[in-house]
Design a protein around this ligand. Structure first.
Ligand SMILES: [Zn+2]
Length: 250
């Protein structure tokens, strides 16, 4: 598809710029996605603060600009909300007594002088070898990654069959601001941090991503699919939006 040249369009006196892939208006920049299956416009504010707009294939530029203008207050409110939540994220210190999450529970850290492994979870405590404390963050990330790999692979194998989805591979990695990601090649990715969530919330992430095998977008049909497998998905989704950020400080 040819990329349209940036052309200034006027919206309420403010200059706006729009290309095939990008829309800039009022100091905000949106990724533009067009879909033949969409009938209406939709704006998404990501956890990172990134903005995107999904539009029907034939939607006119002016239509998108008007839509954005109409939603400006809502967009700015959302952006402020995300910024506020980000500021609330606690930063962890690797000292005796600090709490670290694992599957929704907090376990206190204990520095151990003599220990064969860098990190272990025993008797309700995270035990970290004192000599390894300078690379504690990497050690925790790797520990979480291994646990996440096992836990999510098991969850996926249970839910995928029920949801009629074929999954080739489950991988755990740093996904930035996303909890999970569904690849059309049958690969399912999860953020290692997702293993810090309570099991019922992490399960929602699994079902959410598997539902994308049926519907790549967040259309009404997508949520119907989620609801078939998790009738109380709304609660879990709301919990994640409100509390998910707390697991980010590491
Ligand atoms: Zn999604």
């Amino acid at each position: 598809m040819p990329i349209l040249p940036l052309s200034p369009i006027r919206t309420g006196g403010k200059p706006a710029r729009i290309t095939e892939k990008r829309l800039e208006v009022d100091g905000l920049s949106f990724d533009v996605h067009r879909s033949g299956r969409r009938k209406t416009l939709q704006i998404t504010v990501e956890r990172s603060g990134d903005l995107s707009i999904v539009a029907p294939t034939g939607a006119a530029d002016q239509e998108m600009l008007d839509f954005v203008q109409e939603k400006l207050l809502w967009i700015h409110t959302k952006l402020e909300e995300k910024a506020r939540l980000q500021r609330r994220a606690p930063i962890k210190e690797f000292v005796d007594g600090e709490g670290f999450l694992y599957l929704g529970k907090s376990y206190r850290l204990r520095l151990i002088d003599q220990q064969l492994v860098d990190l272990s979870l025993k008797n309700g405590r995270f035990c970290l070898r004192r000599a390894s404390v300078h690379r504690a963050r990497d050690i925790f990330v790797s520990w979480y990654g291994h646990r996440a790999q096992k836990w999510f692979a098991k969850q996926v194998s249970e839910h995928a069959t029920r949801m009629g989805v074929d999954i080739r591979e489950v991988k755990v990695q740093d996904l930035g601001f996303r909890w999970g990601s569904f690849g059309s090649d049958g690969r399912l990715l999860f953020h290692w941090k997702a293993i810090l969530l309570p099991p019922r919330i992490a399960q929602y992430v699994v079902v959410h991503e598997l539902a994308h095998a049926h519907h790549p977008d967040h259309s009404a049909n997508f949520w119907i699919k989620v609801e078939q497998h998790l009738p109380d998905w709304r609660n879990r989704k709301a919990w994640l939006a409100e509390n998910g950020v707390q697991v980010e400080g590491l």
